[in-house]
Design a protein around this ligand. Structure first.
Ligand SMILES: Nc1ncnc2c1ncn2[C@@H]1O[C@H](COP(=O)(O)OP(=O)(O)OP(=O)(O)O)[C@@H](O)[C@H]1O
Ligand SMILES: [Mg+2]
Length: 229
């Protein structure tokens, strides 16, 4: 599903490498954490996967396509098959929960009747069926992130990419959101999560890819996030 071969990335011509010589393979259906201290390169790597950035050198394949060389007209295919979840939610706060999820389907051209059917489904999946008509700005942080998850799921993506999805949430809400991501993964969606949260990583015992100063310093199947990395 995702194959990185000697991927390096540097911002600007004279900048330092934000990522150096990264290689890994993530199979369909996996759940993987990207961990490492601030500046390690986690967000840069996720941005390469969603093609917000392109590698300076090396080859990165997502869904078997070289995303560094993907022609512009192929971008919509990639985007509709990847659901993104952000630390700061990135919702339209003045609009309803329903609208926020519906917009994600409208932009890829889904017909209204499919939107009417699908939005309640995903809102039920994240436990927000009673908040359909609420404005996002009236929701708690945890509820807002559930909307973020519902929006990411709306188009039935093969891959969910979450950059610090619980960075702004308290520990209880963090566990709720992470459990949701885990159950989404159990239904077959590949899930990638960048996080600083050692407790969650150690609780989940999923694959852990460690970055340090732009280098990959570890890759473990049932990994722990310790101070040794
Ligand atoms: N737009 C940019 N322009 C120049 N340098 C950047 C840019 N974005 C990130 N960097 C640099 O790239 C390196 C990796 O940053 P990145 O944001 O990927 O780290 P991170 O692991 O996500 O950190 P954090 O845990 O703080 O989110 C850092 O040295 C950072 O300063
Ligand atoms: Mg980051």
């Amino acid at each position: 599903m995702i194959e990185a071969k000697n991927v390096s990335m540097k911002y600007g011509k004279n900048g330092q490498y934000a990522l150096s010589d990264i290689s890994f393979f993530i199979d369909r259906g996996e759940f993987a954490f990207f961990v490492g201290s601030s500046g390690a390169g986690k967000s840069t790597l996720l941005k390469l996967i969603i093609r917000e950035l392109t590698p300076s050198t090396g080859c990165l394949k997502v869904f078997n396509r070289d995303v560094g060389r993907l022609p512009r007209q192929k971008l919509p295919y990639l985007r509709r098959n990847i659901g993104m979840v952000f630390q700061d939610f990135r919702l339209i706060e003045s609009r309803t929960v329903y609208d926020n999820v519906a917009f994600a389907m409208m932009v890829i051209g889904s017909p209204q009747r499919e939107i009417h059917k699908r939005v309640p489904q995903v809102l039920t999946l994240v436990g927000l069926e009673d908040k359909t008509k609420a404005k996002v700005c009236d929701l708690s942080g945890g509820e807002q992130q559930r909307v973020g998850l519902a929006r990411a799921l709306a188009n039935r993506p093969a891959l969910i990419v979450a950059d610090e999805p619980t960075g702004n949430l308290d520990p209880g809400t963090t566990l709720d959101i992470m459990n949701l991501l885990r159950s989404i993964n159990q239904r077959g969606t590949t899930v990638l999560v960048a996080t600083h949260n050692r407790e969650i990583v150690n609780l989940f015992k999923k694959r852990v890819i460690y970055l340090d100063g732009g280098r990959m310093v570890g890759d473990e199947q049932e990994g722990f996030y310790t101070h040794d990395h």
